[in-house]
Design a protein. Structure first.
Length: 277
């Protein structure tokens, strides 16, 4: 579905939510309290500024007795089967965010991955997958990365743990190309990167990836991921805590200049290893 038609459909979703809410006699605050979000969020859903999570759409259906209408619309609009159900909404947030801040403890973030790196990671998790399945996953990830090329691209700030640079995903040659790609994005000023060195020892959010989103007309959101599951955090107090932890990571990480030098040095290490094998 094209972005324009998708937005129009979300506007219809919001208009229908408002109509059914008013018919049921609820204010935005009352409906929000019953489906465990704020009244302000209900207003943002109705104006198509923000998109509800699936469980919220399901609770709205139950409360307004809409026969699953809002869940069906949600599934229709978040319809990209190339992504896991828990991640499809994150892709939508990436497309509308004005700023994305990310911490990656073990893996190059999807927006920075080369096709070869994505292929190696996908194959490692799906050793019996068909070539067509892997090609689809690679194409989807490359499509996501296009947001960094647009005129309205978000401010993108990434903190990588040093081990992300050291693990030879795929091969030494592949990692050389991957790190060269990240360094080039930095030089093109499409992103800002910091590296958290191994020497830093223990650190906030230890071992946990986290992604923070900011928007023009909506409150910030945080996303964390576990094994085959993800969690979008909307609660302002909780998002504020995650921001605080991210600030501590920034303080512990190397400067952007020193980080770029370390990325380039790690790329050379992989290049030397590749030339001797």
């Amino acid at each position: 579905m094209a972005n324009g038609s998708r937005q129009a459909a979300w506007e219809f979703f919001g208009a229908e939510l408002k109509r059914r809410r008013e018919e049921a006699g609820f204010t935005q605050v009352e409906l929000g309290a019953r489906v465990f979000v704020s009244g302000g969020y209900i207003g943002q859903f109705e104006q198509a500024i923000r998109k509800p999570q699936l469980d919220v759409a399901q609770r709205i259906d139950s409360l307004l007795q809409s026969g699953g209408f809002f869940e069906r619309m949600w599934r229709k609009l978040i319809d990209d089967t190339r992504y896991a159900d828990y991640f499809a909404e994150v892709v939508e947030l990436e497309r509308t965010a004005t700023k994305i801040a990310e911490f990656a403890p073990t893996l190059v973030p999807g927006l920075l991955q080369t096709a070869a790196y994505t292929r190696a990671v996908t194959l490692a998790s799906n050793p019996f997958a068909t070539d067509a399945h892997i090609d689809e996953k690679v194409a989807a990830r490359m499509e996501r990365a296009q947001i960094l090329d647009g005129a309205t691209r978000p401010v993108y700030w990434v903190i990588l743990h040093e081990q992300v640079l050291r693990i030879p995903v795929g091969s030494e040659a592949l990692m050389t190309y991957q790190l060269d790609h990240i360094a080039e994005l930095v030089r093109q000023k499409k992103m800002l990167v910091q590296v958290l060195p191994t020497s830093a020892g223990a650190y906030p959010l230890m071992g946990r990836m986290v992604r923070l989103f900011e928007f023009e007309d909506a409150p910030p959101t945080a996303y964390t991921e576990a094994v085959y599951s993800g969690n979008l955090l909307d609660d302002p107090a909780l998002v504020k805590r995650v921001h605080g932890a991210y600030d501590l990571l920034r303080a512990a990480a190397l400067s952007p200049e020193a980080s770029l030098a370390l990325i380039e040095s790690a790329a050379e290490d992989h290049r030397r290893c590749a030339s001797t094998t």
